[in-house]
Design a protein around this ligand. Structure first.
Ligand code: FE2
Length: 394
């Protein structure tokens, strides 16, 4: 069953009520576990997230721990865990080739599961492609079972079963209590957990990617923005959000749509070399403090014209929703507001965090609103397109 809503503009979004068959406990998902990036220089990438985003060092694996081919630095902020890996040797490797083609990019969106083997076997029986069969690894802190399957592009999902483990990350990693002296000069942004992770697909590949989540992982469609409706004067996209039965993992899937100029999704696909993770949304319960602290750390965000806030005030005046935050403060920080009759969300997007116009971040605060900011798409697109034009890609 589908429920369609028309927003204040011509944008139509759809909520879906059919969650599919309820899985038993061992086939259910517990949330995001971590994201693993393959990068050219893991040590420097980890330092970037520590300084600019307020993460703390958590774990390390490399030459000093007896791993000869790859170094991995792991950082954490509350429930958000990022791992960065780089090859160590001057020889060709899968990781090295991938970094050469794609640059620094998310490789593995790892999900926390209750029974790794059950989820993996079910996915395999439904046509998933294996990257790693279930494997149990242990150290003095206990044991973890992992298995990995392929999803869109060359991105993978590892299923992590860690209820029998007490270490800081995974077996084989050494805990790190190093503190960056610069990072301690600034307050924490207070980012709490991964809200959603968006995957960009090439033209007309969105439904295929969504069907994969439905078929192999038992996910269902949660929300979508209606195809032709989401666009600025120049470019357009389509998006469907896939989620697990308990709706603890949200994976929006985008594809470009035809416009007068090149879609931002197509720009991503061109520079990444195919499908991949476009943005990672980090949830906070205080976006104003988060933004002040992220900006103090030098993180760079997209801005929208002042007219956005004039328009917002006029629309809110006709709505039963009360935004508790001071709109002038939101405006001063370029934080966007999306709302319906029951609640609202506050969100903002970083500029790309690398030279390639590929990966970026969203900071989001939800107040009884489970959407993804469709009401802001137009304003955002115009802001993104201004950046695209500077890059000569519009
Ligand atoms: Fe988002």
């Amino acid at each position: 069953k589908k429920l369609k809503f028309t927003l204040f503009t011509s944008i139509t979004m759809t909520s879906y009520e059919n969650k599919g068959e309820k899985p038993d406990e061992k086939h259910s998902f517990a949330g995001y576990d971590h994201i693993h990036f393959w990068v050219a220089n893991a040590k420097q990438a980890a330092a970037f997230y520590v300084l600019r985003f307020g993460f703390e060092y958590l774990a390390y694996r490399g030459l000093e721990t007896g791993v000869r081919d790859v170094a991995t630095h792991v950082v954490r902020q509350n429930k958000i865990i990022f791992a960065f890996s780089s090859p160590l040797n001057p020889v060709e490797s899968e990781m090295g080739r991938r970094i050469m083609i794609k640059g620094d990019a998310a490789k593995d969106v790892a999900f926390a599961v209750r029974d790794c083997r059950a989820i993996y076997e079910k996915a395999m029986s439904r046509g998933a492609e294996s990257v790693q069969e279930p494997k149990e690894e242990s150290d003095e802190h206990g044991s973890v079972v992992t298995a990995t399957v392929k999803t869109y592009g060359d991105t993978v999902h590892t299923f992590v079963e860690r209820h029998a483990y007490k270490g800081v990350f995974l077996p084989g990693y050494r805990a790190v209590d190093k503190v960056d002296p610069l990072a301690t000069l600034l307050p924490s942004p207070g980012l709490q957990f991964i809200d959603h992770i968006v995957g960009n697909q090439p033209d007309l590949k969105m439904n295929e990617a969504c069907d994969w989540y439905e078929k192999t992982l038992g996910f269902h469609r949660f929300w979508s923005v209606d195809d032709s409706q989401i666009h600025s004067e120049y470019s357009s996209l389509r998006s469907i959000v896939m989620t697990d039965y308990d709706e603890v993992i949200k994976m929006p899937i985008n594809e470009p749509a035809a416009g007068k100029r090149k879609s931002q999704i197509q720009e991503y696909v061109d520079y990444h070399g195919g499908a991949g993770v476009q943005h990672i949304a980090l949830n906070t319960n205080d976006i104003i403090t988060a933004l002040k602290n992220l900006k103090a750390r030098g993180s760079e965000f997209l801005t929208v014209p002042d007219a956005y806030y004039d328009n917002l005030k006029a629309r809110l005046a006709k709505s039963p929703v009360q935004v508790k935050e001071d709109l002038d403060v939101l405006k001063s920080l370029s934080i966007l507001v999306d709302f319906d009759d029951k609640g609202y969300l506050l969100q903002i997007f970083t500029k790309p965090v690398e030279d390639r116009p590929t990966l970026f971040y969203e900071v989001i605060q939800r107040n009884n609103h489970s959407g993804f900011g469709a009401g802001n798409f137009r304003a955002l697109f115009e802001s993104i397109e201004a950046e695209q034009a500077k890059r000569g890609n519009l």
